[in-house]
Design a protein around this ligand. Structure first.
Ligand code: ZN
Length: 332
């Protein structure tokens, strides 16, 4: 039987801002809280550990304000991250699926594991449920609310407070159970998310997911944006309903070098809009998350408008540049 592990982390950061922050280690986990739900979403257990800080030994004011945790508590009741993480993984068991509120917790857990030399035994690729994203999709017009407002909205408020790991995990688990009941578990749990801490290393590890209303592709790492856009698997637009490779109506274009848009037409299913997010690994390396979604005339129109905007701005820039050059030339 598969369990749902709904967990939440609290972390601390440099009390003196980014300048004093350890490279590639912005957040140090100070608390792990989790609930285990059976496959009928009933409660099977709880897990809670406080962790003794080893890197950021002073509490960032914003963290203590929100969590009401202090260093005294962590020093006296906390344990090493490595043993807490091992105990957590042991408690989770083998056949489980992870659920978190938002997309950061699995990434930060793995980052802490790497920093402290704890073996990363998560599957690769690592799929999970982002309960905030599910709530946004099925209850909130795509907008991501805070945990307390979602809990309040569905009338799940209890005597527990917020912003401590176990309480937040508990409420997140309650939300999951409620949503599964109302939306239907099958319909709700179609929407898996993928954690991006460990990226595909080889072509055959690239990830392709098809959902009822869109598809998603996660690439391996490229040396630059230009290299990524040259890659066929990145540039192609394939209809996720029928598998046809589509001819583009609008080639990939970008207003900001971070997000690219494109448009294609499937002879059977109509307009398909594409969005490519360039995600940074370091100063030059990137990976790509591409989503394709069938759309209507209006959706297609928006892409065309956006393309037009980019074209106009580019034209304006080159006019400005010519003017500047002319001025310089006349001045000489
Ligand atoms: Zn099609």
């Amino acid at each position: 039987m598969r369990n749902y592990i709904v967990f939440d982390l609290e972390w601390n950061q440099s009390a003196h801002g980014k300048a004093d922050s350890v490279v590639d280690f912005p957040f140090e986990i100070i608390e792990i809280g989790a609930v285990k739900l059976r496959d009928d979403f009933s409660m099977a257990g709880e897990f809670h550990r406080l962790i003794k800080p080893q890197v950021y030994k002073q509490m960032h004011y914003a963290i203590s304000e929100v969590t009401h945790m202090d260093m005294w508590e962590l020093r006296h009741h906390g344990e090493d991250f490595a043993s807490a993480a091992d105990e957590f993984m042991e408690w989770c068991g083998d056949d489980c699926v992870y659920c978190t509120w938002g997309s950061m917790d699995l990434t930060e857990l793995q980052r802490n594991m790497k920093y402290f030399g704890v073996e990363n035994s998560f599957p690769k690729p690592l799929f999970y449920y982002d309960i905030q994203k599910l709530y946004a999709r099925f209850y909130n017009n795509g907008l991501k609310p805070s945990l307390d407002s979602a809990v309040e909205e569905l009338g799940l408020m209890e005597g527990r407070s917020f912003h401590r790991a176990l309480d937040d995990a508990y409420y997140t688990g309650r939300l999951l159970a409620r949503m599964a009941g109302e939306v239907g578990a099958e319909r709700l749990l179609m929407y898996l998310s993928m954690d991006y801490f460990r990226l595909p290393a080889r072509k055959d590890e690239e990830v392709r997911m098809v959902f009822p209303d869109y598809s998603k592709y996660v690439s391996l790492i490229f040396s630059s944006k230009e290299e990524a856009m040259k890659e066929r698997s990145v540039a192609e637009m394939k209809c996720y309903k029928c598998g046809r490779m589509l001819r583009k109506k609008v080639r990939w274009f970008t207003p900001n070098q971070k997000i690219y848009y494109g448009l294609a037409i499937c002879p059977e299913h109509g307009y398909l809009k594409g969005k490519i997010r360039m995600k940074r690994v370091d100063d030059s390396q990137v990976y790509v998350v591409k989503t394709l979604k069938l759309t209507d005339e209006e959706g297609a129109g928006k892409i065309l408008d956006r393309k037009d905007d980019v074209r106009k701005k580019r034209a304006q820039r080159s006019r400005d540049k010519r003017k500047r050059q002319k001025k310089i030339a006349e001045g000489e």
